[in-house]
Design a protein around this ligand. Structure first.
Ligand SMILES: C[S@@+](CC[C@H](N)C(=O)[O-])C[C@H]1O[C@@H](n2cnc3c(N)ncnc32)[C@H](O)[C@@H]1O
Length: 248
């Protein structure tokens, strides 16, 4: 593993990467999420993550797609080392400001669709918190979770529930198009879409995939322990939570 200090490291792999939307919207994201997360994180996402983490202490937790790093300090209360991975330099800079002085937290600029800058069997928990819907493919990330997790290590996933998209498609078919979703399609379509996002201040590109795609890609390498479907209104699914464990 590259030596990492409490600073952002730039990978040569990334120099040719297309301009990413998260750099463009980093300011808006930081303003909306801030130190502690927005209401979606507070009410639906973070409770899942901390339920899956339980009251245990860990050596190493990886926050894969850490964004502005709102979760890092909280995670550092549960682990000796917390590693925040993200490819947005601008978001990593906001994360760096948040963690200043905390020597238990490292940040590394990383593309989650490539090999992770982590040693084999070195990580207790990988958290992919609302980041996987921005990856064009999950295959390499799933393989990398299998490679880098210790035996009995955990993968925690939160994503926009794919059924949220389905609900919007149903509204569209009923002539009540949800302005949030610029385009909707069959629940089973697996491709890039655009939606109005970030509190109505940005158009984001994301990858919709049906539930089975999330389950199948990780189940090839890890054992599924728990599935949660959190809702804002008690009727429609909003956030999908998945907990996997590495057996062998
Ligand atoms: C919706 S934000 C979530 C950030 C944070 N986990 C949270 O919940 O607030 C999605 C994050 O995924 C990161 N991301 C998207 N694609 C990525 C990739 N290929 N490699 C690394 N990070 C990526 C973005 O930079 C962004 O920080």
């Amino acid at each position: 593993m590259k030596s990492i200090s409490n600073q952002v490291l730039t990978s040569a792999l990334l120099t040719n990467m297309v301009k990413n939307q998260w750099d463009r919207y980093a300011y808006i994201y930081e303003r909306g999420i801030g130190q502690g997360g927005d209401t979606l994180h507070d009410n639906l996402i973070d409770p899942l993550i901390f339920k899956y983490l339980g009251n245990k202490k860990y050596q190493t937790i990886v926050d894969a797609g850490c964004g502005n790093g709102y979760l890092l300090k909280r995670l550092s209360g549960l682990a000796d080392l917390v590693i925040g991975l993200d490819y947005s330099i601008k978001l990593l800079e906001t994360a760096k400001r948040k963690i200043s002085g905390n020597r238990k937290i490292k940040l590394i600029q990383t593309d989650l669709t490539k090999q992770l800058p982590l040693e084999k069997a070195s990580v207790d928990v990988i958290i992919a918190n609302m980041s996987l819907q921005y990856l064009p493919s999950l295959k390499v990330f799933a393989e990398e979770c299998q490679r880098t997790l210790k035996k009995n290590g955990l993968l925690i996933v939160t994503v926009d529930h794919p059924g949220h998209f389905l609900f919007s498609r149903a509204q569209e078919l009923a002539g009540k198009k949800d302005p949030h979703f610029i385009e909707a399609d069959s629940y089973f379509s697996e491709r890039k879409f655009k939606k109005n996002s970030l509190w109505g201040q940005a158009v984001l590109e994301y990858y919709h995939r049906p539930l089975k795609s999330y389950l199948n890609v990780f189940s090839r390498y890890l054992r599924l322990i728990e599935v949660d479907e959190n809702s804002q209104d008690g009727e429609t699914p909003r956030i999908l939570g998945l907990l996997f464990e590495k057996n062998g």
